[in-house]
Design a protein around this ligand. Structure first.
Ligand code: FAD
Length: 375
């Protein structure tokens, strides 16, 4: 029997997060976009109120992301990180004296780690990564560059390195590198269009040495950990985009009820009201897909295909929905005083980050057509 309801606890949690996000986060939305920062103290208070409890299930974590992103896209990322959703953020295999201070810092909102997969020469094509870690006695010797790292100003990096000359993704191992290790360059930060509260940039690793026990997970199994992270993270990204799109639809409905044209409110014209009805329908379908995927993750079911569906589809439709809502606001919508342009810039980043639409469709098509698919 299907049950589409959230539990009573989840509904109460949604109300709590909504209150915090709309009262404290929303009024400061522009500040973080314009100054390229976000308020550590606000994230730490969110944590102190117990709202980012690492023991929460993924569906509840999805509620957190959706509600915070409704108020501000930039704040949704650090609260997601503070709630430790990723296996990689537990640094499996790394000794406790190294991993525990990082886990504590992440979950208290005082530390950040950058997850470094993408390289200057290869993003989607992980088998062709070049960053290499060579075993030398008791250490890994690491050389290479990682690009497009969110939180490139982190305290530590988890770096996906080749550890053998095998040409497949089974040559990859994730290695934890403290940012203050000799040979780690200061980050080069890109002047991004959106998600400007999260510095994204390039870091070089030049003869960096860390102990062998800094390998996160098993040697040669780095791709699995990254792929697992992506599967679940892609539904968080969906909800992260749904938040600002829903806010845009709500605002456009209010505007349509107030604005008059040719003797009527514009809400009375089907050209406006049907566009909003269509947007709300798409958002409802997208929400169901994302929460279903998180429910599958909570229940230990494989969800690579569903994660890929969230990833290609939801950023695309939410970008279009926000654009439509901007147009419904007429020339006012085109100003930076209203939030629509920022929301479009923010969502656009996640049409690319964590795998492009094309790469997501490859995952779905491969699942549909098996070995007959050669893309
Ligand atoms: C906001 C943001 C945050 C990010 N955060 C991180 C992070 O924290 N850590 C990290 O490691 N990376 C991060 N990235 C990088 C991101 O994951 C990569 O940009 C992405 O995987 C695509 O890689 P690429 O940019 O090298 O594009 P490429 O792989 O060069 O692709 C270029 C174009 O070709 C298309 N393409 C490639 N291969 C195929 C194919 N086989 N079939 C059809 N089309 C194809 C792609 O869809 C794309 O349109 C982030 C990116 C953004 C925008």
């Amino acid at each position: 029997m299907l049950d589409y309801s959230f539990s009573e606890e989840q509904q109460m949690y949604r109300q709590q997060v909504r209150r915090f996000a709309r009262e404290e986060v929303l009024p400061r939305r522009q500040e973080w976009d314009r100054n390229r920062t976000y308020p550590w103290e606000l994230v730490q208070r969110f944590v102190a109120l117990g709202l980012a409890d690492p023991s929460m299930d993924h569906v509840t974590r999805g509620i957190m992301v959706e509600e915070v992103a409704y108020a501000d896209f930039n704040t949704a990322f650090p609260v997601l990180r503070a709630s430790l959703p990723y296996a990689l953020d537990q640094f499996p295999g790394v000794p406790d004296n190294i991993r525990q201070p990082l886990i504590d810092g992440l979950s208290q909102g005082t530390k950040l780690t950058g997850l470094c997969f993408t390289e200057p020469e290869a993003g989607s094509d992980m088998a062709n990564f070049r960053t290499f870690a060579t075993r030398e006695q008791e250490t890994w010797l690491i050389n290479g560059s990682k690009n497009s790292i969110s939180w490139c100003n982190s305290d530590a990096y988890v770096v996906t390195c080749k550890t053998s000359h095998d040409k497949s993704v089974w040559s990859l191992t994730n290695i934890l590198i403290p940012a203050d290790s000799p040979g780690v360059s200061p980050p080069h930060v890109w002047d991004d269009v959106g998600t400007r509260g999260t510095p994204r940039g390039m870091v070089n690793f030049d003869n960096v040495r860390v102990p062998l026990n800094h390998a996160v997970g098993a040697e040669g199994r780095g791709y699995e950990l990254v792929a697992d992270l992506f599967d679940t993270n892609r539904s968080f990204i969906g909800l992260w985009c749904i938040g600002p799109a829903q806010a845009s639809v709500d605002e456009a409905c209010e505007h349509a009820k107030q604005r008059h044209s040719l003797g009527k409110t514009i809400s009375q014209y089907q050209g406006v009201s049907f566009a909003l009805a269509e947007a709300q329908t798409l958002l409802e379908a997208a929400r169901l897909l994302c929460y279903k995927t998180l429910w599958m993750a909570d229940n230990g079911q494989r969800h690579s295909v569903e994660g890929a569906m969230c990833k290609w589809w939801v950023p695309d439709i939410t970008f279009d929905i926000v654009h439509r809502c901007l147009l419904i606001h007429g020339h006012y919508g085109y100003t930076r005083d209203l939030p629509f342009e920022q929301r479009m810039r923010d969502i656009m980043g996640w049409q690319i980050g964590d795998g492009t639409a094309e790469v997501s469709k490859l995952i779905i098509a491969r699942n549909m057509m098996g070995k007959d698919f050669t893309g």
